[in-house]
Every structure is written in structure tokens, then in C-alpha cells.
Write a protein that binds this ligand. Structure first.
Ligand SMILES: C[S@@+](CC[C@H](N)C(=O)[O-])C[C@H]1O[C@@H](n2cnc3c(N)ncnc32)[C@H](O)[C@@H]1O
Ligand code: SF4
Length: 451
């Protein structure tokens, strides 16, 4: 059986498998983690340590039809201005629980569209954060920027506030695809925003593009990637478009019959992948590319690549605190998620407490399984010696865990004396193989085919 038939047989082309930006994944969080637990975990952060902060801005001026992100449309900045006041109160609350001397390894503003914040409030918000925890000497302050929703004053404010990495949404440059996904954005506009960002001394530029979009063909994705390469991004996320109209109602505007077939998606990814690697980019995990001197490529080469809620990261800080509605925090003890709706979130913060409404405290084999899943997603391999060194487990237990994945994925999952690995031919199955180690996902052992 050829590789393509084997992948089909194993269910790749119709699989809906988590992206494993956390383990357990967010749908398996429960209601037992509340603001009291969240406050305790913050208080346990040692004085003087470096942590990371994520700040969520769930507003957009236009709602792109393809987008599955949690965000709400608004034509005016009034709700954004009110929301920034809530964020400032949330930061003041954080300060009450945070030990002195904590610095930020990473600060990321995501959304939604953080650039909906007016310039004076961008500076005010950044100042408020840095007064509580300044950026560490080698720290990174990154912001997601919609090229359609930014101008010189807002970029000036972000650069003055210390932004040193910008991430722009591109998706695809083809006009028919853009019309179909409800996201017009000319190449000229994208190029001019990239130039404006760099001319302000922000030298690290990320771009997001998508494969598997309606009407996308090998030729069209090749054109889009080549256009993107002319902007020389330092890092690219090449996400598979998730068409989930039953969850994201905006996507009902996109005709399902214009979607490429599952097999075609794999080909679209491969066309883009070849162009990036040919252009000198290092392939990072399952969906990122980076210039060899970018910190993510270096992290991969030195074994420091990690997963967090944004996908791949070179951030190795043990704590990530999420501020704003729906944000998720990660601690050595577990995960905590804020209320999803802005009104519930705001209500809690105004009442003087965090809005934490769900999460997960690590127990049992959670951390062992989380490490195996993260290692497979980042490095396509996992070291037996490291697992035995870092967790209270046994060689026999690891043999059992690996054997279950081996039975399911055969030659696409290699078990050796050193550990386990996913060979190049099995990489399209990485998320499915990772799922074999997910104790909470009961759909994981659906396939019984021996390969
Ligand atoms: C939270 S959005 C913020 C981007 C920013 N607001 C912009 O429009 O440029 C971050 C990225 O998520 C990705 N994304 C959104 N919806 C998606 C979907 N349905 N499938 C896959 N990726 C998606 C897009 O690539 C997008 O650039
Ligand atoms: S892609 Fe960006 S601008 Fe468009 S709806 Fe999603 S978050 Fe908002």
C-alpha cells in the first residue's frame, strides 16, 4: 500500500483532531478552578522570576467570514476603550498577588484585533503592564496586527511602547479567495504595513497564511507564498483552514462546495512547504517556518521549542498568565481560563476578583502525557531517558504507552531503545499520533487498522 493510501486508511483526511496547544485541551477543562485557585497559583510564583503574559483583545471592526477566533464586531472604539479600563483593573489585581521583582520573558497582545486600541491607550496599557512587571532584558513584546486596521499613529505608539515583534494576518493574496472568505486585503496594503513596521525599528515580522481555503489550488497557493516571500517574513504560520460552520456561524457565508478535498489539502500544504524550504526557511513542527536566524528556528535546533496557546513558541517561561476575556493561563500546577464573554469578565473584574471560571489542576499522569504530546508536536520524537529523569514513571509504563501508538500507527510511529519518533512519512499524522497519548480524548483509539 502506498503512503497516500495508508494515510487515508488511518483517517488523516477526515480527522478532526486537537491542535494540542495544551494538554489536557481546553474542552476538557472543568469548573473546579476558580479565582481563589488562580490567585494562589499566582502567589506561588517566586519573587524575581521571569513569566510571560498574554493579553486578549476580543474586538474587530470587520468580522472576516473564515475566522474561527473568539471576537466581536464593533464599528466604534467605545467598547474597546471601556475594555482597556477593565484590563488596567485586571493588571492592578494581578499586582496585588504577584511577588516583587517579577519580569516578563514575553508579552503578547492577541485577538481579535489589538490594534483597535487607540494610540494613547496603547501607550497607557503598556505602561501599566510594565509598571507591574517590566520586560526582561532579552524579553519579547509581540502584537497581532491586522494590516487593514492599523495606521502610522498606532504603529508609532506600539513601537514607542517597546513592541519588538509584529505578527500580520495575510491568509491568501488571491482576490477570488479573499472575496470568498470575506477578507479583502491587497498585496500593496500588506507590503506597505510590513514596511511601516520595519521602518519603526521592529525587525521581527511574523505572517499567518492558510492552506485548504475555498477555491485554493496548487497554483494559487504557490503564487501567494511567492508574494509573501517578497516581504521576507522572519517567521510564517501556515495553518490549515478549519471549516467549522456549525461552530463559527460566520463561516456559513462560505460555500462548502468550494472547499478543496481533504487529499488536496495535503497537496496544498506540500506545495507551500516546498517553497518555504526552497526559500531557505527552516520547517518548524507541523505548521511553522522560520528563517534560520529567527529565535524559533534556533529554539528548534537546540531542543527548546514549545507549544502554547498561540501554537509554537520559543518561550520557556514556566508560567503564562492570560489577561482579558477567555484567556487561558498556564502554571506548573495547572490551567485557568477567564470567563469567555466580555460582560462576565468585566463584571468580575469590577467586583474586584479575577473572572476565572474553569481550568484544570494537573493530576495523575497529566504532566507525563503533556510532555510526550509536546515533544511529538515539537520534535517528532520523545526521549525515554528524559521522561524517566523528569517523571515518576517506569520503563514498563513507557513501553505500554508507546506500544498502543505503535499498534495503531505501525511504520508511522517508531519505537526504539532511545524512545519514540515519527518518521517524515508519518508527519501528516502527528496530531493523530499525539492523540494516542491523550487520556481525556475517548475517540483516540478509533482506528484498528494495522499498517
Ligand atoms: C486571532 S487571528 C488575529 C489576526 C488579526 N486580527 C488579523 O486579522 O490579521 C490569528 C490567526 O488565526 C488564524 N485563523 C483564524 N481563523 C482560522 C480558521 N478558521 N482556521 C485556521 N486558522 C484560522 C488566521 O491565520 C489569523 O491570522
Ligand atoms: S481574522 Fe482577525 S480581523 Fe478577521 S475576524 Fe479574525 S481576528 Fe478579526
Amino acid at each position: 500500500m502506498d503512503t497516500h493510501s495508508q494515510l487515508t486508511r488511518l483517517g488523516l483526511f477526515d480527522a478532526r483532531v486537537p491542535r494540542y496547544t495544551s494538554y489536557p485541551t481546553a474542552p476538557h477543562f472543568g469548573g473546579s478552578v476558580r479565582h481563589g485557585q488562580f490567585s494562589e497559583w499566582i502567589e506561588a510564583i517566586p519573587a524575581g522570576s521571569a513569566i510571560s503574559l498574554y493579553l486578549h483583545v476580543p474586538f474587530c471592526r470587520r468580522l472576516c467570514w473564515f475566522c474561527a477566533c473568539r471576537t466581536q464586531g464593533t464599528q466604534t472604539t467605545d467598547p474597546v476603550i471601556a475594555y482597556v479600563q477593565t484590563l488596567k483593573q485586571e493588571i492592578a489585581l494581578l499586582k496585588q498577588h504577584l511577588a516583587p521583582g517579577v519580569t516578563l520573558a514575553r508579552l503578547h497582545w492577541g485577538g481579535g484585533t489589538p490594534t483597535m486600541i487607540p494610540p494613547d491607550l496603547i501607550r497607557d496599557l503598556a505602561d501599566t503592564i510594565f509598571a507591574v512587571a517590566p520586560l526582561a532584558a532579552d524579553g519579547e513584546f509581540s502584537v497581532e496586527i491586522d494590516p487593514n486596521e492599523v495606521d502610522a499613529p498606532r504603529l508609532d505608539a506600539l513601537a514607542a511602547a517597546g513592541m519588538n515583534r509584529a505578527s500580520i494576518g495575510v491568509q491568501d493574496f488571491d482576490p477570488e479567495i479573499q472575496r470568498t472568505i470575506g477578507r479583502d486585503q491587497s498585496y500593496e496594503l500588506t507590503r506597505s504595513v510590513a514596511d511601516m513596521i520595519r521602518s519603526r525599528g521592529v525587525h521581527s515580522l511574523n505572517a499567518d497564511i492558510l492552506y485548504g481555503l475555498p477555491h485554493q489550488t496548487a497554483q494559487r497557493i504557490a503564487d501567494s507564498v511567492q508574494k509573501l516571500l517578497t516581504l521576507s517574513p522572519d517567521r510564517v504560520a501556515l495553518y490549515g483552514y478549519a471549516h467549522v460552520p456549525w461552530m463559527s456561524r460566520r463561516q456559513q457565508m462560505i460555500p462548502s462546495d468550494a472547499m478543496p478535498k481533504p487529499e488536496e489539502r495535503l497537496r496544498l500544504f506540500d506545495v507551500a512547504r516546498r517553497l518555504f524550504t526552497w526559500g531557505g526557511y527552516a520547517e518548524i513542527g507541523i505548521d511553522h517556518f522560520a528563517r534560520p536566524n529567527d529565535s524559533m528556528a534556533i529554539a528548534q535546533a537546540t531542543g527548546h521549542l514549545r507549544r502554547n496557546f498561540q501554537g509554537y513558541t520559543d518561550d520557556t517561561a514556566p508560567v503564562l498568565i492570560g489577561l482579558g476575556a477567555s484567556s487561558i493561563s498556564r502554571f506548573p500546577q495547572g490551567y485557568a481560563q477567564n470567563a469567555s464573554g466580555t460582560s462576565d469578565h468585566t463584571k468580575a473584574i469590577r467586583a474586584g476578583q479575577f473572572s476565572t471560571h474553569r481550568g484544570h489542576a494537573f493530576a495523575g499522569e497529566d504532566l507525563l502525557r503533556a510532555r510526550i504530546i509536546e515533544a511529538l508536536m515539537c520534535d517528532f520524537s520523545v526521549s525515554r531517558a528524559e521522561l524517566l529523569r523528569d517523571f515518576a514513571t517506569t520503563p514498563a509504563r513507557l513501553d505500554d504507552l508507546f506500544a498502543a501508538a505503535k499498534a495503531e500507527f505501525g511504520s508511522f510511529f517508531e519505537v526504539t531503545a532511545d524512545g519514540a519518533a515519527i518518521p517524515p512519512a508519518g508527519r501528516p499524522l502527528t496530531r493523530m499520533i499525539a492523540r494516542m497519548f491523550d487520556e481525556y480524548d475517548h475517540a483516540r483509539a478509533r482506528h484498528s487498522a494495522a499498517v
